[in-house]
Design a protein. Structure first.
Length: 119
């Protein structure tokens, strides 16, 4: 049975983060070290939510999943393959649809809440 104890907070995850770096072939600049606190994954493994943060750097992205993002701190610059850019910063809320290709750049630091759905 699901009870109130199953409601999880994203505010301060009580777990060690997974520390990752994009593959060397994807890194454009910097050392974009990323911390991921995956707080919840659905039983079918298609939906994930948690906190992500990253140090300065830029890397290539290709989204095979849909992602809802809420920027908590810092900023990022998303650039599509046509060179169009979107700067997102603390307070911004947006969706990146599956199929997006381009680059993700963090000028100094960025922290976000993410909700990922893998179709």
């Amino acid at each position: 049975m699901i009870s109130i104890e199953n409601i999880l907070s994203l505010a301060d995850p009580d777990m060690a983060p997974e520390v990752v770096m994009p593959g060397a072939e994807k890194i454009i600049s910097g050392e974009p070290l990323q911390n991921i606190w995956n707080v919840y994954s659905s039983a079918d493994g298609k939906m994930h939510t948690g906190i992500w943060d990253c140090q300065a750097g830029a890397w290539q992205v290709h989204y095979s999943e849909d992602e809802v993002c809420i920027i908590l701190a810092g900023e990022s610059i998303l650039t599509d393959l046509n060179g169009q850019q979107k700067t997102v910063q603390a307070g911004d809320q947006f969706v990146i649809p599956a199929g997006f290709k381009g680059t993700w750049q963090v000028p100094s630091y960025c922290k976000k809440v993410y909700v990922i759905y893998e179709a």
